[in-house]
Structure formats: structure tokens, C-alpha cells
Design a protein around this ligand. Structure first.
Ligand code: SAH
Length: 380
């Protein structure tokens, strides 16, 4: 299969390659970077590697040739919008909703925003879907707060797509790369969706972090929990916990869990997720993970298992040195960047820990990205 926008869009690294070939390429990359630490297991593939994205966003523009509203994605290297109707990675239902919004924008004479002239109204749409619950969120991002024929527009959209469970109007008047602005109003439904992962329910707000491929995320989290071999009285630390997903799943098996996360909104979601799942043995702290782990190590706090799931840049050297002082029995490192993972593993395995298992999970077929879980055990 070949997407006609493959070269222009830049999100996919592979297109004409068979899925098996992509996996071989990624496996080779992991082996080269990580086999010095332990055997690298075979990457867990995706059974059906298409339409896996539960989060889809687009930018609108006015197509002067066809005299109508059109949409696409920003080219990874420029500010140009590349026209897209259907992307083979997106949830198909989400792409259908975008096409309907384009049509309705013409019907309601809502002019797409023009970034050069700073004129027009409709900027972006963000769609998030709970694959297990079927709940669907549509966030309509506009340049100004006054939404002409707002109620009729919402009615018409719901008439075409009864699967939509919530619609949010977000206003973004600024000239940034960010899709969402500060100001949001709920136009329909509860303003967030819920999804289920590993039998726990999670709330997803317009801006909260949630893995984009839920089918593979479940495999990744199950693997991480299995590697951790949590005992019922264990104290667990979930560093870079986001909305609390891994910690909440771990809390069902553990004595106590402490989660740390920098983003205030994610921490709020984490607290409400713990409540929703009736998990009482988890606590969250809004802080820089490096600062918090340094305090924990100084206070000689005890943890049996540490999960760490940092952003692409990996963990700071100070974080890793404090982690070594904390001396957990097990460290489970979840990484979306094998290069920084290899750098960090060098520090952790220098003296005190051995890497037991290294497992790649293909969360992002057709792109160059790969997720990896590593379990490290303290040498006694
Ligand atoms: N474990 C979660 C989130 C992983 S994404 C999940 O699986 O869903 C990484 C998270 O680290 C993000 O939520 C980001 O806000 C957070 N983060 C980034 N830098 C941080 C820091 N210095 N201290 C604490 N959290 C940080």
C-alpha cells in the first residue's frame, strides 16, 4: 500500500515496505543499541497494523481552486498543510468526522483560518476515541470565541455522527505550533471521554497524555507489570506517571504506590482516575521527578519496584544517580527512544543492576518509532 502523500507528509518512515520488513529494521536497531545489556527479545508486532491511532488531528484551509474548505496535516518540516482525507494510521471513524466538519463548514459559511493573513475562523479539529468504550470526543479549535450558528452546527454534526459523545469548543487566537488554546467550552456531553486499559477505566481530557495506540499499550503495560513481579506488600514508585495509568494498574497488586508527574492537569486526571477505579493505596505528587527522587533517596525511603517512563529525552543523570541510591529490587524502564534508553542503561548497569529482559513493542507501525520495556534487577 502506498499513501499518495507519503513523501510530503513525513510522518511515516516506511510505506512500500512489508510490515515484516519494518519490524526487521526496528529489531536490528534495538539489537545494535541494546544487546550489550541483555538478549533483546523479538518485538511484539501489531496484529493489524492499520488505523491504530485513537487521537487524530487536522488543520483546515480554504482550497481556492475548488472553492471549499479542505483539511490536512502540517508537513513535519514546514508550516505547509498537506491535504489528507484518509490516513492509514488514523481511526477511520475519526477521519469520517473530519470530512463531515469540512462539509458543514462550507454549509455554515465558517471560513477556515489563514495563518498568513491572520483571517478566518476554523483552525483545527482534534478527535479522541476510547477504543474499548466507543466514546468519541470532538474538539473544534477556532481563532476567535464567537462561533456563528453554534447550536445548529452542533445539531447538524450530531445528526451525521451519533457516535460523538462530547463536543468541545476551544479558542486558540495565538500564532503557535500548539493545536489547543487556553480557553475551552463544552458544547455537548461531559467534556471528556473514558477508555479502559488492563481492566481499569481512565479519563481522557482534551489535553491529557494518553498513549495513541491502545491495542499495543495494553500489551506494553501487561509486559511491564509482569516484569515487575510485584508482591502484595511491595512499595512501588511510578516516575513520570502521566495520568497514573501504570501506577493504578500496579496498585491492584502492590502494598502502596507513589506516582510523580510534572504536569498539573495530568496529576488531576491521575487523582480522579484512582478514585474512579476505587484504588485507595496510591498517592500522587506534582513535582519534577529528579527533585522528588533526590528527596526520597536523602530521606532513605524504601521502594521495592520503580517504574520509569520518561519522555524521549530520557532521565537526567541526577535522577539515575538518586535511583541507584534508592536501591529498589527492580527497575522497570519504559522508553520511547532506544538511544536515550541505551545511554541511561549504561549508568544503571555499571555496578548495581543487571538487565534481565529487553522487549520491544511496536506501538507505531509505519513510523520509525518503537517502544521498549526493560527489567533491571539489583545484584545482591
Ligand atoms: N506513564 C504515563 C506517561 C508517560 S509520558 C503513561 O504511560 O501514560 C511521560 C510523562 O512524563 C508526561 O506525562 C510528562 O508530563 C512527564 N514529565 C516530563 N518531564 C518530567 C519531569 N521532569 N518530572 C516529572 N514528570 C515529567
Amino acid at each position: 500500500m502506498q499513501c499518495k502523500q507519503f513523501k510530503k507528509c513525513g510522518a511515516c518512515r516506511f510505506q512500500s515496505d512489508e510490515y515484516e520488513k519494518q519490524l526487521a529494521y526496528k529489531q536490528n536497531g534495538l539489537n545494535n543499541l541494546l544487546s550489550e545489556f541483555s538478549k533483546v527479545e523479538r518485538i511484539i508486532p501489531m496484529e493489524n497494523p492499520f488505523n491504530y491511532r485513537n487521537k487524530v488531528q487536522c488543520a483546515f484551509y480554504f482550497d481556492y481552486r475548488k472553492q471549499k474548505c479542505s483539511s490536512g496535516v502540517y508537513q513535519s518540516t514546514s508550516k505547509r498543510i498537506i491535504p489528507i482525507d484518509y490516513c492509514m494510521l488514523d481511526d477511520k471513524g475519526a477521519d469520517d468526522i473530519i470530512i463531515s466538519i469540512r462539509k458543514l463548514a462550507d454549509d455554515f459559511k465558517l471560513r477556515p483560518y489563514d495563518i498568513k493573513n491572520k483571517s478566518g475562523f476554523l483552525r483545527h479539529v482534534l478527535i479522541r476515541k476510547g477504543f474499548k468504550t466507543g466514546e468519541t470526543m470532538v474538539v473544534i479549535v477556532t481563532a476567535s470565541p464567537v462561533f456563528p450558528s453554534r447550536n445548529n452546527f452542533v445539531k447538524a454534526l450530531l445528526k451525521r455522527h451519533s457516535e460523538i459523545t462530547t463536543i468541545i469548543h476551544n479558542v486558540n487566537p495565538t500564532d503557535t505550533n500548539l493545536i489547543l488554546g487556553e480557553q475551552s467550552h463544552i458544547l455537548y456531553g461531559k467534556g471528556y471521554i473514558e477508555d479502559i486499559l488492563c481492566s481499569c477505566t481512565f479519563r481522557i481530557s482534551p489535553a491529557s497524555f494518553y498513549q495513541v495506540n491502545p491495542v499495543q499499550t495494553e500489551k506494553l503495560y501487561n509486559m511491564a507489570i509482569e516484569f515487575a513481579e510485584i508482591q502484595k506488600d511491595d512499595a512501588v514508585f511510578d516516575a513520570y506517571c502521566g495520568t497514573g495509568t501504570i501506577g493504578i494498574i500496579a496498585a491492584k497488586k502492590a502494598g502502596q504506590v507513589l506516582g510523580v508527574e510534572l504536569n498539573e492537569k495530568a496529576v488531576n486526571d491521575a487523582v480522579s482516575n484512582a478514585k474512579k477505579n476505587d484504588i485507595k493505596n496510591i498517592y500522587f505528587i506534582e513535582a519534577d521527578a529528579t527533585k522528588l527522587i533526590d528527596d526520597l533517596a536523602k530521606e532513605k525511603e524504601h521502594f521495592d519496584v520503580v517504574f520509569m517512563d520518561p519522555p524521549r529525552a530520557g532521565a537526567s543523570r541526577e535522577f539515575l544517580l538518586s535511583l541507584l541510591k534508592l536501591k529498589p529490587k527492580k527497575i522497570i524502564y519504559i522508553s520511547c527512544n532506544p538511544k536515550t534508553l541505551a545511554r541511561d542503561l549504561k549508568i544503571l548497569t555499571k555496578k548495581d543492576y543487571t538487565a534481565e529482559k529487553i522487549q520491544g513493542v511496536d506501538m507505531f507501525p509505519f513510523t520509525e518509532h518503537i517502544e521498549t520495556v526493560v527489567s533491571l534487577k539489583r545484584k545482591d
